[in-house]
Design a protein around this ligand. Structure first.
Ligand code: ADP
Ligand code: ASP
Ligand code: MG
Length: 405
């Protein structure tokens, strides 16, 4: 008998028919004698719909209340999944994140898991019940409802697999696995049989929404091997695991595009020590993730000034602008320019560590497509560029064709 954690994403539980399919799949594992913990997302579109309603009332709703609101999406699905199992004659009990013992810090809307005490889950498994856990949510020490950031049901599944020392962790979604690029944008993309944690982490952080990046970080930290596969068929998926030697033979494992970033440029910032620290400390204090940062060489001779640009997640743009406006008098910069019309295109592969000429080939491909590069950042296993949003998808296809075919 094995212990299996299975996570079903939004499209896999989009309606009662799909939920019944999920129950049928879970029933097969239960019938084999396996212990099954099922993590469910909200039905597709539900989380977005809840956010939209709150924003119709005010643009920056209170984050504690947003968590109370968003946690309801997964609670609908967990109960419907339990009911679908009951309809098949299988004992099943649904648990909220709090009931499942998931304790987080108090950073509302992007809480981090601090610990998990899966006592209730173990009790129920011992009684041969299937345990359904609401993804994407937890509670603080003092009982406040929290959520784990968009796509956070992946994290619930991986964290539970680690806490329960599960034998298998399966992430069921609406594609057959992890592809060399989003197959909805690049039809030539190929399914990968396996990928390393580091590559998956980079692809996920750089826009491949097939896995939440924090969940991959967690899996790497605790050595949780998991499989990404489709809930619509029985094809084998992609195994995500520690890097193996032959993985370096491939230079570019995948290409990703993040359309969810916005860029802020601070014009004429005094070029003196401590300014960047002040700006980014204030953003950090507001729990805003800053991604790419570019600072130019200063211009002007009397009081040297420079421009600097950085990117934040699109949903954080208003909040970031508010923080920056609050610093204006103190730091003394000129204008602030904000734009949402950017895309961040990246290539990722552990093979970049041992191959040269990769950046040149990427930039050359973009030049031939007539795509201007706005910002660049690199790490040992990735190269990212910010380009105009309107050209981002064609740029992605060209880069995929150049490196992967
Ligand atoms: P779920 O609701 O199951 O969590 P998501 O919508 O969050 O599913 O993630 C699955 C989607 O991720 C796919 O439909 C696909 O369009 C997108 N995607 C982006 N990049 C990739 C990639 N490299 N491989 C597979 N899917 C990707
Ligand atoms: N329902 C949440 C979201 O849409 C969490 C998830 O689906 O993983 O972000
Ligand atoms: Mg997802």
């Amino acid at each position: 008998m094995s212990l299996i954690v299975q996570k079903f994403g939004g499209t896999s539980v989009a309606n009662t028919e799909r939920i019944k399919n999920v129950a049928a799949r879970v029933a097969q594992y239960h019938a084999r004698g396996d212990g099954v913990v099922v993590v469910v997302s909200a039905m597709s579109g539900v989380t977005d719909g809840l956010i939209k309603m709150a924003k119709e009332i005010m643009p920056l709703p209170n984050e504690r209340e947003m968590d109370v609101l968003l946690a309801t999406g997964e609670q609908t699905t967990m109960a419907l999944t339990a009911i679908s199992l009951h309809a098949l004659g299988i004992p099943a009990v649904s648990l909220t994140g709090a009931q499942a013992g998931i304790v987080t810090d108090g950073v509302h809307t992007k809480a981090k898991i601090q610990n998990i005490t899966p006592k209730k889950i173990r009790e129920l498994l011992a009684q041969r019940a299937v345990v359904i856990v609401a993804g994407f949510q937890g509670q603080t020490d003092d009982g406040q409802v929290t959520t784990l950031g968009r796509g956070g049901s992946d994290l619930t599944a991986i964290a539970l697999a680690a806490a329960l020392k599960a034998d298998l962790c399966q992430i069921y979604t609406d594609v057959d696995g992890v592809y060399t690029a989003d197959p909805r944008i690049v039809p030539q993309a190929r399914k990968l049989p396996e990928i390393s944690y580091d590559e998956m982490l980079e692809l996920a952080s750089l826009g491949a929404k097939v896995m939440q990046s924090r969940s991959v970080e967690f899996a790497k930290k605790f050595g949780v091997v998991f499989e990404v596969r489709s809930s619509l068929n029985d094809n084998p998926g992609t195994i995500v695991k520690e890097e193996t030697r032959n993985m370096e033979d491939v230079v570019v494992r995948g290409v990703s595009l993040d359309k969810n970033q916005a860029k802020l440029t601070l014009v004429a910032v005094p070029d003196k020590p401590g300014v960047a620290a002040r700006v980014f400390k204030a953003l950090g204090d507001a729990n805003l993730n800053v991604d790419m940062i570019v600072q130019n060489i200063s211009h002007g001779s009397d009081v040297p000034v420079t421009d600097f640009s950085f990117t934040v997640d699109k949903p954080d743009l208003l909040k970031a602008q508010k923080v920056i406006d609050g610093l204006k008098a103190d730091v003394g910069f000129g204008r602030v320019i904000a734009t949402e019309n950017i895309g961040k295109l990246s290539i990722v592969g552990v093979g970049m560590k041992s191959h040269t000429g990769v950046a040149g080939k990427m930039f050359d491909t973009l030049a031939r497509e007539g795509v201007n590069i706005d910002m660049i950042s690199t790490s040992e296993i990735k190269i990212s560029v910010v380009v105009e949003l309107a050209k981002a998808e064609s740029a992605m296809k060209a880069v995929h064709a150049a490196f992967i075919g």
